[in-house]
Design a protein around this ligand. Sequence first.
Ligand code: GLV
Length: 310
Amino acid sequence: MTINILFRGPQERNDCWQALFADALPDVAWHHWPKITDKAAIELMIVWKLPRDYQQDYPNLKAIFSVGAGVDQLDLATVPEHIQVIRMLDPGIAKGMSEFIAMHVLNIHRDTFAYINANKSATWQQIPTIENQQRRVGIFGLGHLGQVAAESLLQLGFSVNGWSRSAKKISNVNCFHSDDRLHTFLSQSDILVCLLPLTDQTRGILNHETLSQLPKGASVINVGRGEQLVAQDLLALLDEQHLEYAVLDVFDIEPLPEAHSFWQHPRVLVTPHIAAITQNDSAGKMLVENVQRYLDQQPMRGIVDRSLGY
Ligand code: GLV
C-alpha cells in the first residue's frame, strides 16, 4: 500500500531522508513541500512548523512528526484531536544534549568562565576546586533527554538530582516530583539544568521566586525553551551575586537581539540554540522505524500526550 509523506524542511535533509525511506520503505511516496500535486493524498507530515491552513488543505492527515525534540512550535491546541503528534526521539539529539550539558557543568564546576574573564585583565588567580560529588546538579525535567544527561553526569562523578511532574525512579539519581517537592529540589541544586518542555505550566517557571531558592552561588543552564526564563529575574539574581553563571542556549526571541543584556554580561554565556541539533542520519532512521510502526498499526515512539502538551 502506498503511503504519502510530506516533508517540510531544507533540501539537504530532504535528500537524506528521502533516500533512507526509498531504501527501507519503497512503498512510501515522498513529497518535499511545497511541491505537492495532490494534498488530499498526504497522510503523514514531517515538519518543524506547520504550513498555514494545513487542517483544510490536507484533509487526510493522520500524524504530524516534529523534526525536533520539542513540539511547542506546533501550537497543539489547533491540531485536531484525531491527528497524532510525534516528537523526535533522535539518539543524535540525546547525545548532543548530554554532551552540551556535561561540557557546561564541567565549565561551571572548574570555573572556566571566571578564567576567561581573568584572561581579559591578565589576572593570574587560582580558584579552589571542590570534588565532583560535592557538586549537586539538578536536572529540571527528567524526560528522555534529562535521563540521558543524568547518566553522563553520573559518569563524571557529580551528584545528580532530578525533578519531574510525575514520579520517576532512576538509579543513582535523587528524584523529586510534584510542586510540593520543588523547593527541596531547587534548594539542593548547585547547577540547575532546565530541560522542561514548554507548556502553560512551565512558561516563566525560571523566575525570581524559583531561582532564588537555589543555593547562593548556584548556576543555571537553560536548554529548555527561552519562554521558561524571566530574563530580568535572572539578571537581578546574577547582579545580586545570588547566582554565579548562566549558560543560555534558548531565548524567547531568536536570534537574541543584539542589544540584549545577556550578550554583554560577564557571567552569562549565550549560545545560538545549538545544544542539540537533529542529526539527519539517526533521526531519519528513527522516522523510518516510526513509519514502519504506523504501517504495522503498532504504537509509534514519541507520541505526544495532548493533555500534557509533551
Ligand atoms: C530543538 O530545540 C528541538 O526541539 O529539537
